[in-house]
Design a protein around this ligand. Structure first.
Ligand SMILES: Cc1cc2nc3c(=O)[nH]c(=O)nc-3n(C[C@H](O)[C@H](O)[C@H](O)COP(=O)(O)OP(=O)(O)OC[C@H]3O[C@@H](n4cnc5c(N)ncnc54)[C@H](O)[C@@H]3O)c2cc1C
Ligand code: SF4
Ligand code: SF4
Length: 450
């Protein structure tokens, strides 16, 4: 009979939150807990019911901010110390094989890419904006920034991409890419992803970008966060993708920490335009991949240009916007805003209420389900300032709000606020602008409108 005592079982401890570390990532710890012992506070931090915790470590492993750790009672600490002594101090960390494989896979992806959107050789501005953001992400990761350029006869865009911050340009130039079609573009992007393995891919949240990003993410089997308003890198090289959630009432930070590449789309004008550095150069990587035309199911018969249509105004590109909401009362009253916009050299925008009422075209809608704008001057007339409207215009340089309700939320973000009836204030503004124009002959809209 042996007189050796049975070894004490290694204590598992209980999870606890490290004060000040939680980034309110969206309750990942809570959803990982197998025994439902985590509740979330209103500010998005976990509260752990230690009496129920079984010390499985799942929440600790999943937390992107390393905000959770295991805690042991003094008794448990003694057992751990004894066990450690028994094993001559070699208490090995139990890293499971699955974890090791994941680490290897993540380490095999490096680099940040921006897919450059072009139409007839002219680039969508959002692609340049994304190169600015991409450069910051690449610097944080210590990697190169690549621009993926697809099209026919688009080699000249490489130089522009370098001047906007790209270090390399991956060029896929072939007749099959003349017009955007999901199939060949998706095949091309998937091909270069497989070959070069970037860790982050950004695209504009335009009609083309939304279509392409979704198709690519599906084929390569990774996550995609649409319409991001903020992007950053955490301490584990993961892309933190922030976007409005639940109808714009909260901002959620979404991570894709088990799959690569991490893909995100960003709407035009959300990110600032980077500084152009003329003459800056980089490396061009020519990719000969091109699917045969016969294999492409969709054929482009004719391109009907939207810009030839009735509504030629691009609200998103305007420097001065005079927007109207439900306070306008009817369609005809928008003529008043048009008059002010004409005097200021701007365009007319609208809230969704005005669009839903049929007073103005949807193409003029500003906000979460409309355009994101960043003009020099945004004049909101009879618009209350719902969060869904404000997310589309809050980054305007100067916001002027005209509303008869002094408590309207729009005043919280306005640079200048006028509490009054827009049907009196707007005609007075028009008259004043005309007066100033008459006086000086030379006219400075920013100062006059303010
Ligand atoms: C999922 C979702 C997406 C949405 N997307 C968008 C979006 O992209 N864009 C958007 O705008 N909204 C969007 N909305 C709608 C949004 O929630 C609001 O309902 C909308 O913005 C309100 O429009 P408004 O300010 O014109 O109308 P109201 O909220 O009715 O405000 C009218 C304002 O006019 C003022 N007013 C009235 N008469 C006068 C007068 N004579 N002079 C001065 N002031 C006057 C009133 O005091 C009031 O503040 C979305 C909603 C949801 C749920
Ligand atoms: S250690 Fe396991 S049981 Fe305990 S809180 Fe975390 S996930 Fe839940
Ligand atoms: S997983 Fe980490 S960062 Fe996310 S809510 Fe839980 S403690 Fe906070």
């Amino acid at each position: 009979m042996s007189d050796t005592k049975p070894k004490p079982k290694k204590p598992r401890g209980t999870a606890r939150l490290i004060s000040g570390r939680c980034i309110a990532c969206g309750a990942r710890c809570q959803s990982s807990c197998p025994v439902n012992c985590i509740e979330m506070t209103d500010s998005g931090e976990p509260v752990i019911e230690t009496a129920i915790c079984i010390g499985c470590l799942k929440c600790v492993k999943i937390c992107p901010a390393a905000a959770l750790e295991m805690s042991f009672t003094p008794e448990e600490q003694k057992i751990l110390a004894a066990l450690a002594k028994d094993q001559a101090g070699a208490v090995e960390e139990e890293i499971d094989e699955e974890g090791r494989q994941l680490e290897r896979m993540l380490a095999s992806y490096r680099g940040v890419w921006v897919v450059i959107e072009q139409y007839e050789g002219v680039t969508a501005k959002v692609s340049w904006e994304l190169l600015g953001t991409g450069a910051e992400l690449a610097a944080a990761l210590g990697v190169h920034l690549g621009a993926v350029i697809l099209g026919h006869d688009v080699g000249h865009l490489c130089r522009e991409a370098f001047e906007h911050g790209a270090d390399t340009a991956i060029l896929l130039d072939a007749p099959v890419y003349l017009h955007y079609r999901t199939q060949p573009y998706c095949e091309a992007i998937c091909h270069v992803i497989e070959k070069h393995r970037p860790e982050v891919i950004l695209m504009g949240a335009t009609a083309q970008g939304r279509d392409l990003a979704g198709a690519v993410a599906t084929v390569v089997g990774t996550g995609l966060t649409a319409d991001c308003t903020g992007l950053g890198i955490d301490d584990k090289r993961n892309l933190m993708q922030t976007r409005p959630a639940f109808g714009g009432n909260i901002m959620a930070t979404i991570m894709c920490d088990r799959f690569r590449p991490q893909m995100a789309t960003v709407r035009p004008h959300v990110m600032p335009m980077p500084e152009i550095r003329p003459g800056r150069t980089g490396e061009i990587i020519h990719e000969p991949f091109a699917p045969p035309e016969e294999a492409v199911l969709v054929k482009v018969l004719e391109v009907i240009n939207d810009r030839d249509g009735k509504d030629q105004v691009d609200v998103a590109a305007a420097e001065i916007i005079v927007s109207g909401g439900r306070g306008l009362m009817n369609k005809e009253n928008f003529a008043l805003l048009q008059e002010l916009a004409d005097e200021l050299g701007g365009v007319v925008g609208a809230s969704r209420s005005a669009v839903d009422a049929g007073w103005i075209a949807h193409s003029r809608q500003v906000g979460q389900t409309g355009k994101t704008v960043r003009p020099r001057i945004y004049i909101a007339c009879g618009i209350s300032g719902a969060i869904q409207h404000m997310v589309g215009m809050q980054d305007s340089d100067t916001i002027i709000a005209i509303n008869r309700d002094a408590e309207a939320p729009i005043f919280q973000i306005a640079t200048y606020g006028v509490v009054g009836d827009l049907f009196q204030v707007v005609p007075a503004l028009i008259a004043r602008v005309r007066e100033l124009k008459g006086q000086s002959g030379r006219y400075e809209p920013a100062r006059a409108a303010a």
